[in-house]
Design a protein around this ligand. Structure first.
Ligand code: ATP
Ligand code: MG
Length: 213
């Protein structure tokens, strides 16, 4: 069967993609929050969804295990984007990538002093580029989650993490001291699939385009 496979992560990307799928006439037949299925059918026999970890989406699409997917700019920057066509900013899952420190830590001074700053993050690549462009020396510490804890227990001076409401930072007595970039999710398409399955993929791309506010 010449069908298409769309990679999505559950949670906010899945939820915010549902209206876009609906605009393309695609309705999933299961909810990944309640179903344990990793492959979810849709009302269309030629379209299926695969449910992956958010940071794995570009990998599935890069290797063609999924023809297209939806991934955050944060994830795409870390992945590098090889083999991926990125035609559309879907403007969903919006947040920002920021530097945060404990309240009272003099970030400007620490950066000016030229001392090495210890920074904990899941976003090694993007953080490295950001501080290199500013000429700030950093020791980066790779974490996989709960970055907010690191400065509270002396693992790092600062973190680079996603912020939306700022509630988690506030709850942990951290303050956002630098905005690195705005983040939203993009449609990614396997470059070979775009050629071979052009007829199936283009209507979806166009429907998504029309549905993005
Ligand atoms: P996991 O929770 O499995 O460790 P994750 O945190 O990357 O992975 P999600 O929390 O579902 O997975 O985030 C998916 C994407 O949504 C992120 O890559 C980012 O682009 C965006 N995102 C993350 N946190 C927020 C937020 N608080 N508000 C809006 N968008 C966010
Ligand atoms: Mg998360």
């Amino acid at each position: 069967m010449q069908g298409i496979t769309l990679a999505l992560s559950k949670g906010r990307i899945f939820e915010e993609t549902l209206p876009l799928l609906a605009a393309a006439g695609i309705v999933p037949t299961d909810d990944p929050e309640t179903s344990r299925k990793l492959i979810i059918d849709t009302n269309r026999p030629d379209v299926r969804l695969v449910i992956v970890r958010a940071s794995d989406t570009p990998t599935y699409v890069q290797y063609g295990a999924a023809d297209l997917g939806i991934a955050g700019k944060d994830v795409l920057l870390e992945h590098g984007g090889g083999g991926l066509y990125q035609p559309l900013d879907l403007k969903i899952a919006r947040c920002r990538l920021s530097v945060a420190t404990p309240a009272g830590f003099d970030y400007e001074q620490a950066v000016r002093r030229g001392a090495r700053l210890k920074v904990a993050t899941k976003y090694l690549h993007t953080a490295r580029e950001h501080f290199a462009a500013k000429g700030v020396h950093v020791d980066l510490i790779k974490l996989y989650g709960s970055m907010e804890l690191a400065p509270l227990v002396g693992l790092a001076d600062a973190i680079v993490d996603l912020v939306s409401s700022g509630g988690t930072l506030r709850a942990n007595n951290l303050v956002e001291v630098e905005h690195i970039m705005d983040i939203s999710s993009r449609l990614v398409i396997n470059q070979a699939a775009l050629k071979v399955k052009h007829g199936l993929l283009m209507p979806i791309l166009e429907a998504f385009e029309g549905a993005v506010q």
